[in-house]
Unconditional design. Structure first.
Length: 185
């Protein structure tokens, strides 16, 4: 639980969500997903790399059989904002025709990447495509894609931990927090 070596760069008052808060909420989302997909087979699709932790804990919170598959996409944007122009780096191994697909995401900011992904997946003829995300930022609320399962609506700040990176670091942090300004400089 003590991750002083990495967490030292996150001030105590900048911890947005503790590991317990995240796991408790994923448990609630899992209960809802179990009810909604009762009697149907379910394929969880994780978006690499950020969704790795969410996928691991959400899938293990589900008291039923699920399959898991992964996609990696790269979103071209200027600087830190995504543009909605997306390239598939790793496609699914699974044929999703007639399958119930639940896309598992770490965070939705503008929603541009996800919007492209959903259109792409729907073109493959699945029985259904829904979205579960642990975190959602304010801008995403205005996007034209419905998000069925949302863990937490968070303020418009750059967060790291629990799969989310800054320059590929902090993904292994158990909590979710904002970075101290000195880390950037
Ligand atoms: P969108 O297309 O929704 O604007 O971008 C979503 C992607 O941007 C996420 O999957 C994530 O990789 C990255 N992203 C957006 N907001 C944050 C954030 O606050 N922290 C981190 N680490 N990545 C973010
Ligand atoms: Mg993501
Ligand atoms: Mg990243």
């Amino acid at each position: 639980m003590d991750q002083t070596h990495v967490a030292g760069e996150i001030e105590a008052d900048q911890v947005l969500l503790t590991e317990k808060q995240v796991l408790d909420r994923l448990g609630e989302m899992a209960a809802q997903i179990e009810a909604d997909y009762e009697g149907k087979d379910l394929l969880l699709v994780g978006v690499l790399k950020g969704a790795v932790m969410v996928m691991a804990d959400l899938a293990r919170s589900l008291n039923r059989h699920v399959e898991m598959d992964w996609m990696a996409v790269s979103s071209y944007g200027s600087g830190t904002k995504s543009s909605g122009v997306v390239r598939i780096l790793k496609d699914l191994d699974t044929d999703i025709k007639d399958r119930h697909v639940l896309v598992v995401e770490d965070i939705i900011d503008t929603g541009l990447t996800l919007s492209w992904l959903i259109t792409n997946l729907k073109s493959r003829g699945p029985a259904s495509v829904e979205i579960a995300t642990l975190l959602r930022k304010p801008e995403a609320v205005t996007m034209d894609v419905d998000v069925t399962y949302v863990g937490f609506d968070i303020p418009n700040a750059f967060v790291v931990g629990y799969g989310l990176d800054y320059d590929e670091k902090y993904r292994n942090l158990r909590c979710i927090g904002t970075l101290s300004p000195h880390v950037y400089s």
